[in-house]
Design a protein around this ligand. Sequence first.
Ligand SMILES: C[S@@+](CC[C@H](N)C(=O)[O-])C[C@H]1O[C@@H](n2cnc3c(N)ncnc32)[C@H](O)[C@@H]1O
Length: 428
Amino acid sequence: MTARELALRVLLELDGMRKSEELLNRMHEHAGLGKNDRALAKELVAGTLKYRLQCDFIIARFYRHDYAKAATVLKHILRLGVYQLLRLDRVPKSAAVNESVKLARKFKGDHLARLVNGLLRNISKATIDLDAWTAEMPESKRLSILYSFPEWLAARWLMRYGPDATLAMLAHGNLPPATGYRINRLKANPETLLARPELSDAKRVADADGLDRFFFSKQFALLEPLLKEGLVSVQNPAQGQACLMAAPEPGSTVFDMCAAPGGKSTFMAELMENRGRIIALDRTPAKVARIASNASALGITIIEPREGDALTFDPGCAMDTILLDAPCTGTGVLGRRAELRWRTTPEKLRELAALQAAMLDRAASLLRPGGVLLYATCSVEPEENELQTEAFLKRHPEFIAEASRLTLPGSHEGFDGGFAARFRKTEG
Ligand SMILES: C[S@@+](CC[C@H](N)C(=O)[O-])C[C@H]1O[C@@H](n2cnc3c(N)ncnc32)[C@H](O)[C@@H]1O
C-alpha cells in the first residue's frame, strides 16, 4: 500500500467519533510503510482534513457537474490531489496528478480515473487566486475559505474577538502544532535535563507564572526514552497553567472530575510533591487505564484512578480542591486535531455548555467550605468560559471568583488556547 492509499483509507473510514491520528496509527501497523511514507501519510491526512473546505471550493469551480453529489471516495481523492498540488511543495505536480489518477482507477475504475486526470491537470495549470475569487464575499465567508474553517466559527470569532485576533486564531489552526513538554519535578532537575544533547533544540517557556519547567521540542523520537523514564510528560503549557492556578497543597485531597489521560492529575501530583491524595475520575475505561500507566511512569503514587460519571460519582469525602477540566468543543486546540473543526457545531456547543453547568453544580456540592474549584476548558467560546462561570456564580453565591485566564490560540507562541477560572467556596 502507498502512503496516498493509506491516507485515502483513513479518510474513508473516519467516522464522526474517532480521531484520525489514532486510526492512522492503527492502520500503519498493517501497512508496513517506511519512515518517509509514514510521515507523508500523516501529513496528507491532517492537511486534507484541515483544508477540506478550501479544497472543495476550488474543486467545485472546475468540476463540470454538481460536485456536492459526487461519490465520497471521488471527493477524497480529489481533495488529496488538490492538497498536494497547492500545499505540498516537495511533491512534483505530475506526481500529485498521476498518483491521484492511480487511486481513482483502483477504487472507481477507468472512467473516474479520466475525470480525476482532467480535473487535476486543469487545476495544476490554472492560477488559483483565492483572494480574487472571494473578494466580494462577506468577511466570515471569505475567511472561512481562505483559512478553511467553518463559516459559523469565523463569524462568531469576528464578532467576539475582532479581525486581528480572529486572523491569528485561524492561522494558528493551520500551523503544525508545537509539542510541549513538562519536566517532572519529582525526578529531574530542569538545568541538568535541558543540558542533554537530545534537548539541544528545546525552547524553554520563559519563567512566567511557574511555567519554567515547560519546553517545546520538535525531536519527538529523541525524547521518547525520556518519556519512558518518566523524566518528562507531553503537556502544553496552557494546560499546565490551569494546575498552577489550582495550586493544590502537598498533603491535601484533590478530585479531578474528568481526568483522562491524566495530564493535569499528574502535574498536580508533582506540585503536591507526591503527598496527599488525588482521585482521578473518567468515564471511559480505556482512558482510565492510561491515567494509571502515565502516573506509574512518572513515579507518582498518590493518584487513584476511578471509572465513573462525574455527574453522579461520590468520592466519599469533602474535597480540598476540585479540578473540572470539562469536556468542551475544543475550539482552542483546533490546530492539534485536524478533523475537530468540522465536528464542532453550534448544537454541540449548546449541549456541552449544559453538561459543563451540571458538572460545575456537582463539583460545588463535593467541595469543602474554604476549598478551591478550578474550572478549565480548551475552548475559546464564551458560553463554555466567561458566560458559564458567570452563571455558576449566580447559581452559587457561596463561591467567590479568585482568578481567571483566557488564552487565545496564536496569542503566545506554541500555547494552545483555553480558559481557566479559580473559585473559592466560602463558609456561607
Ligand atoms: C478535556 S478531557 C480531560 C483531559 C485531562 N484532564 C488531562 O489533562 O489529561 C475531558 C475528559 O472528560 C471525560 N468525560 C466526559 N464526560 C464525562 C463524564 N460524564 N464523567 C467523567 N468523565 C467524563 C472524557 O472521557 C475526557 O477524557
